[in-house]
Design a protein around this ligand. Structure first.
Ligand SMILES: [Zn+2]
Length: 91
């Protein structure tokens, strides 16, 4: 099931370097990851809601293709689209 637009808006934030619209989600590793807030054709991130926490599942290529074929909306990590992606890297 696709995540509700309303849910994403509740988690909406702005990228600090490019001011793009993002949502913060937690990965399986427990890390916070910025994700573009609109579904993308080439996306590989599945957003889910666990309680009030937005969770990001990063899919492999085959899995992502299969999900998209099944009508599941996928997203892209903001690292992939941010014009200032270098500044996101950890020092
Ligand atoms: Zn950005």
């Amino acid at each position: 099931m696709n995540i509700a637009r309303r849910t994403l808006l509740q988690h909406s934030a702005r990228c600090r370097s490019c001011n793009g619209r993002i949502v913060w989600a937690r990965t399986a590793d427990g890390e916070r990851m910025p994700v573009d807030d609109t579904p993308a054709r080439g996306g590989n991130v599945l957003l889910m809601l666990q309680g009030v926490q937005l969770v990001a599942g990063v899919l492999g290529k085959a899995d992502a293709t299969r999900r998209r074929a099944g009508g599941i909306e996928l997203y892209v990590p903001h690292f992939a689209t941010c014009p200032n992606a270098d500044r996101h890297r950890r020092r």
